[in-house]
Each structure stands twice: as structure tokens, then as C-alpha cells.
Design a protein around this ligand. Structure first.
Ligand SMILES: Cc1ncc(COP(=O)(O)O)c(C=O)c1O
Length: 394
């Protein structure tokens, strides 16, 4: 049977692989040789599960959103990753990777961040494990997500503003990779999404797969069957989406809908809609769709949402789109803002701007009344309040 999970060589169909500079080859090989053995060991699983339960607060609820269901004519459940410690799904991955880093004897942790959620989640686990933490963040994002910057500093991390490119997630990732090249022996790079060279996309997807593992159990309890008709999630690099779909990826009964950032519109040039506009290329060590010009130069992406403002896409999702296993919709800034207000006013839940893109996809879809839909609310909106208010004043 065809599988949409990673193959032995680190590819999803034509997408993925590990395209890294010579100097990182050893680090990536070391990681590739260790990650499965560690992640599958009983001792790791025990520690990971215990921290997810007692520290993060898992399982996150699966909430039947009655007013949203009524509005969209289906049975709509929200997977509440916004209720996790630190406010988003990112902490699931950072807990797993810090446990791995410790087992590999690494002491210095680096990370990139866009919205700051992955930076905060990394700074949090570094405080917990008493490790040095350096976070690279584009200067544009430092300004638009400054509450998260203050949190990272309070947690003891060093935040380095990056001033290259348009000073967002791509540029922060470039800088983190540059740092890793300079300190390959003692440094562990905690990547925050299903991007980067193999084994990162697979490792991050596995660590986030707790989301769909829980959805299975929770749906069985609530609906008497363990699968929905549709899963919906936003995609930046793709980690909350990968976690949401992981245990359903080869189950064709389950439709997969991914919402990427349309920005000001996919025809405006101010967009981060990689699946709609990207061509095959290499970005941050993986072969995937990349928004690029005719000479293969990466174009500067744009989205109001710092976490979706990325010109690439995780290889797992590029393959799902290429194989037509997933439907990918571009949701524009204004549609996401409207959706955030809608969720807030219908259900009393203020979502992160990233998650609001998943809600924004609902207007573009048609459901049957009996359809069971699970939409992942990847994070809470505390960090985005100023953006929401300023948009409303316009
Ligand atoms: C709340 C939230 N959701 C989604 C994303 C997008 O990342 P990913 O596609 O890896 O889930 C981010 C990234 O910062 C985020 O903070």
C-alpha cells in the first residue's frame, strides 16, 4: 500500500532528503542514526509522556463547538492546542527534542522562531533542563511579537534579532543554520517545524503525532468511531498539521484540508502561499516547493502571521498536495482576521493568528450535516491582540 509517511531515505515521494553543507554532514548523520532508537525507547517514552501530561497539561481537550457547527452545517470539534503550557502546540516538539539533545550529550541549544511560540517553547524547556538557549528571530518578528520576546528573555534565553532579507522566519532559520555550522560539536539545533534536512521533518511529525493519537481516542469516546470525515489545520512549515493528520495520513476515509497564508492575495506578490505558487527547490536542507523567481532566487514571503510567513513548506505536505491527498487553501490576512473575530464571538476562544487561517478556510468549504470535522486550534491569541485591535481600527 502507498504510504504518505517518510521512506527509508528520508523522502516523501520526491520531497525531503538532507541537503546540508559538508560541515553539518556529521551532525545530521549523528541525529539520523540516533533519533529513532531514542524516540522508540521505553525510557524516553516514559519521560516524554510524563512531561506532556504533568507539565504541558495533555491531553488537550477535543471540544464540540456548537455555535461554529451550526454556522458551518456540520459537527465541528476543535482540538485545543491553545490550552497547552506556553500557548501552542510547539511545546510538544521542544520537550521531545530537548530530551533527545540531553541523551546526545549536547549542552548548547539554538532555535529559530517566527511568531515566537517555538522560541518561547524552546526557552521554556531550556530553563527546565538548565541548558543554554540562543534564539534567532527576524527583526520584523521581534517587533510584531514583542511579548514573546520578553518571555524568552525572562526565561533566560538570548534572543538575537536577524536583520537580513525581510527579517522574518526564513532569515532567522538561515542564521540558526550558520550558528550550527560554527558550533557543530556541542550544539543541538531544535527546529520548530516539519522543515529542514531529514530526519527533522519526520522527527517533528512523530513528536507532534500525540495530537492525532489523542484525537483518535477522544473521537471514539464522543462519536463511537475513531476517525473524522475531515481534518483541518494551518500550515507554516507544517508541524501542527503533521501532528493532526499523522495517524490518519494513510486512511483515505479522512479528508485533509490545509490552510496556508495567502497574505494580501496570491496574485499580489505579497503572500506566503507556497503550495499555490512554489516550484521545486531546496530550502534549509530539504527538497520541497519554494516560492522563487525565474533564477531560482527565493522570493521574500509575506503574511500578517509571523508563524506562517515562510517561503517553503514541509516536504510531508508538499507531497500530500502533489499527490492530491490533501486540499490546500490560501487564506488571506483579512479573511484570517475576520475568522479570529468570528471564533472569539461564537465560542469565546481567541485564536493565534496562525490558527485563525484554519478557521478562515471554513468559508471556502461545504460540509454535510453529518460530517465530523476536527480543526486544530494550534495556539492562543494573546501574542496577537495588538494586531487584532489595530486591524479593527482601520
Ligand atoms: C500558534 C501557531 N500555529 C501555527 C504555527 C505554524 O507552524 P507549523 O506549521 O509548524 O505548525 C505557528 C508558528 O509559529 C504558531 O505559533
Amino acid at each position: 500500500m502507498k504510504s504518505f509517511l517518510v521512506d527509508q531515505d528520508g523522502y516523501y515521494g520526491e520531497f525531503g532528503g538532507a541537503y546540508v553543507p559538508e560541515i553539518l554532514h556529521k551532525c545530521v548523520e549523528e541525529l539520523k542514526n540516533r533519533y529513532l532508537e531514542v524516540l522508540e525507547s521505553e525510557e524516553f517514552k516514559r519521560e516524554f509522556d510524563q512531561l506532556l501530561r504533568d507539565y504541558v497539561g495533555r491531553p488537550s481537550p477535543l471540544y464540540l463547538a456548537r455555535r461554529l457547527s451550526e454556522k458551518y452545517g456540520c459537527k465541528m470539534y476543535l482540538k485545543r492546542e491553545d490550552l497547552n503550557h506556553t500557548g501552542a502546540h510547539k511545546i510538544n516538539n521542544t520537550i521531545g527534542q530537548i530530551l533527545l539533545a540531553r541523551r546526545m550529550g549536547k549542552k548548547r541549544i539554538i532555535a529559530e522562531t517566527g511568531a515566537g511560540q517555538h522560541g518561547v517553547a524552546t526557552a521554556t524547556v531550556c530553563a527546565l533542563m538548565d541548558m543554554e538557549c540562543i534564539v534567532y528571530m527576524g527583526k520584523t518578528d521581534v517587533e510584531r511579537q514583542h511579548i514573546n520576546v520578553e518571555k524568552m528573555k525572562m526565561l533566560g534565553a538570548t534572543v538575537i534579532p536577524v536583520t537580513s532579507g525581510n527579517m522574518t522566519l526564513k532569515d532567522a532559520t538561515n542564521e540558526a543554520i550558520r550558528d550550527w555550522c560554527c558550533h557543530p560539536a556541542d550544539t543541538y539545533y531544535i527546529i520548530g517545524s516539519t522543515v529542514g534536512p531529514h530526519p527533522y521533518p519526520d522527527m517533528v511529525a512523530r513528536l507532534q503525532s500525540v495530537i492525532s493519537e489523542e484525537i483518535k481516542k477522544q473521537l471514539l469516546e464522543k462519536e463511537g468511531r475513531d476517525y473524522p470525515d475531515y481534518l483541518i489545520a494551518c500550515v507554516g512549515g507544517g508541524s501542527n498539521a503533521a501532528g493532526t493528520i499523522y495517524h490518519y495520513i494513510n486512511d483515505e476515509r479522512v479528508g485533509i484540508i490545509l490552510a496556508e497564508a495567502g497574505g494580501k492575495g496570491i496574485e499580489t506578490g505579497m503572500t506566503a502561499a507556497t503550495i499555490q505558487l512554489g516550484k521545486m527547490g531546496i530550502i534549509h536542507g530539504a527538497r520541497t516547493y519554494v516560492i522563487q523567481n525565474e533564477d531560482g532566487q527565493i522570493e521574500e514571503p509575506y503574511s500578517i502571521s509571523a508563524g506562517l510567513d515562510y517561503p517553503g513548506i514541509g516536504p510531508i505536505h508538499a507531497n500530500l498536495a502533489a499527490q492530491r491527498r490533501a486540499t490546500v487553501l490560501a487564506v488571506n490576512d483579512d479573511e484570517a482576521i475576520d475568522a479570529a473575530y468570528e471564533l472569539t464571538q461564537l465560542e469565546g476562544i481567541i485564536p493565534a493568528l496562525e490558527s485563525a487561517h484554519a478557521i478562515g478556510a471554513l468559508k471556502k468549504l461545504k460540509f454535510k450535516p453529518e460530517d465530523v470535522v476536527v480543526l486544530t486550534v494550534s495556539g492562543r491569541g494573546d501574542k496577537d491582540i495588538e494586531t487584532y485591535l489595530s486591524f479593527n481600527e482601520k
